[in-house]
Write a protein that binds this ligand. Structure first.
Ligand SMILES: *Cc1c(COP(=O)(O)O)cnc(C)c1O
Length: 433
């Protein structure tokens, strides 16, 4: 199980968690409810069921502290979980820090990111409730490939709208989606009313996640055998991701650490950071832990640091419920950046809420700083981080630069960057010129 030849090798196996953790049970103030856009009233489970299967609608509104992970889901998880928690001693030396750095590496999954933690659960519940097809959006292709993989595990058709900028610049994840049996369209597409309207008014748009969500939702609403699946933002997605933090806590304990002083992750829609940090925040909320959590977002799409905290739609056309979140506006189209998975206008209501409560501190990271951090990681530990994950690294390095404390820092590496090498090459060649 020693995946890197690290001198601080990983101690014995931790277990795949048996439950997901729901932070709603422990918050001093409830997460503001999603609203029905036509009535302005909190959405009901019945309303959510036009988009999602009953079990997921219930999880979206649920308040139970622990939710049992169904055995078929846990069984698929076991093919790559528990993911490594690596002590990054060579990186510590390269940074000349007294902190102990641990990397929680979600790039170990079959598709190379944390996203199958929710995709597998969503595919399972949909299949169990008789759904034949899932529709979804994807940016860089991480969520689309996670859902295509999950669809293959449970025998579901998967149809994906991929943001045009990524569809054109990152073909390999499309090949991966197609390998798993998924069908992929560039978004905006001429297959939906939303897509046709956008193409008419703005034919050269790079696309956005908000537009792709609208297209996927439109198709799901029109087909009784289809449901929509969202890869981030929603409470049930955040819930599924909490396997990450629960494992990390158990693994730190095996290294002899009581807990983390600081937890840092990147935030696009907020799900991997919430999944990593909420189990730590449980110890802050219910015990006497004082773990700091830092959310690293891209400077090009700074919803937490520059957005407003208000009700907004999750998609471009306003088909999803209104959600209270840090948002740049549902019609915001971020510049194309390499970290396609971070180009979302809003932020998970659950993460927005804990930021608002002061439990999570946001920082915005420039793309260049992020990639330089990724290069340092590759040259010290050998790991190639996803462009999204390099934002967490850069935020961590900036933090470590500001302190000489001997503390325990956990960095969430949400994915690997083996399919993002052209983006790394851009950075390297712009410096050798
Ligand atoms: C999608 C993605 C993200 C951003 O999504 P969150 O919901 O914020 O986690 C981050 N990293 C990787 C590797 C991704 O694929």
């Amino acid at each position: 199980m020693n995946r890197t030849g690290n001198s601080h090798a990983q101690p014995g196996a931790a277990h795949v968690p048996t439950h997901w953790y729901n932070i709603a049970a422990d918050l001093p103030e409830p997460i503001p409810p999603h609203l029905n856009p036509s009535t302005g009233e909190p959405v009901t489970a019945a309303e959510l069921e036009s988009l999602f299967p009953e079990a997921l609608a219930a999880q979206e509104l649920g308040k139970d502290r622990f939710v049992l992970i169904p055995e078929p889901v846990r069984d698929v998880y076991k093919s790559w979980r528990v993911t490594p928690l690596l002590r990054a001693a060579r990186l510590e030396r390269a940074l000349n820090t007294r902190a102990r750095i641990y990397l929680k590496f979600e790039g170990a999954s079959p598709v190379g990111s944390h996203k199958p933690n929710s995709a597998v659960a969503q595919a399972y519940y949909n299949q169990r409730e008789g759904v034949a097809k899932l529709t979804t959006e994807t940016g860089a292709g991480q969520w689309g490939s996670a859902l295509a993989f999950a669809g293959a595990m449970f025998g579901l058709d998967v149809e994906v709208w991929q943001v045009r900028a990524s569809y054109e610049s990152k073909p390999y994840r499309r090949y991966l989606m197609e390998l798993y049996g998924g069908q992929v369209h560039s978004s905006p597409s001429s297959r939906t009313a939303t897509g046709r309207a956008i193409l008419n008014s703005e034919s050269d748009t790079p696309g956005s996640l908000g537009m792709a969500v609208s297209e996927a939702v439109e198709v799901a609403l029109a087909d009784p055998r289809a449901r929509y699946a969202l890869g981030s933002v929603l409470n049930h997605v955040v819930l599924h991701q909490t396997v990450i933090g629960q494992e990390a806590i158990a693994q730190l304990c095996q290294y002899g650490e009581a807990t983390a002083d600081v937890v840092i992750g990147c935030a696009g829609g907020g799900s991997n950071l919430a999944g990593l940090s909420f189990p730590f925040l449980r110890e802050v909320l219910t015990a006497d832990a004082s773990t700091r959590v830092i959310a690293a977002e891209p400077a090009a799409c700074p919803s937490l640091t520059q957005g407003e905290y208000r009700y907004d739609h999750g998609d471009f056309s306003g088909l999803t419920p209104l959600m209270k979140m840090h948002t740049l506006g549902h019609d915001f189209v971020p510049d194309p950046i390499h970290a396609g998975g971070l180009r979302y206008h809003g932020m998970a209501p659950a993460l927005s809420h804990v930021v608002n409560l002061g439990l999570v501190e946001p920082v915005a990271i420039a793309q260049d700083a992020a990639f330089h951090a990724g290069v340092l990681l590759a040259r010290s530990e050998g790991l190639v981080a996803a462009p999204e994950s390099t934002h967490a690294l850069a935020a961590a390095f900036a933090y470590l630069d500001s302190t000489r404390r001997e503390e325990t820092v956990v960095i969430g590496l949400s994915g690997h960057g083996q399919l993002d090498l052209p983006a790394y090459l851009d950075i390297l060649s712009s410096h050798s010129r």
